[in-house]
Design a protein around this ligand. Sequence first.
Ligand code: FES
Length: 75
Amino acid sequence: MIVCHCQSISDHDIRAAVDWMRAADPQTLITPGKVYRALGKRADCGGCMPLFLDTLHKAPAFRLPDAPAPLRQTG
Ligand code: FES
């Protein structure tokens, strides 16, 4: 499904970019701007942002891995 018509970006493209960024850096924060850059494109009209964000948030690799538990309690 095409998500961004200005740049012909599909839901598959977004998930692939998220997978690539997560594999390259497991702690990275993934933003729409980073996805556009990873795909070598730039947003134009912004009309796709609601669907773009929904697709991004539903990508399995979007979430950061859980932070490790603290070694000891303070306070
Ligand atoms: S539809 Fe995505 S920038 Fe216009």
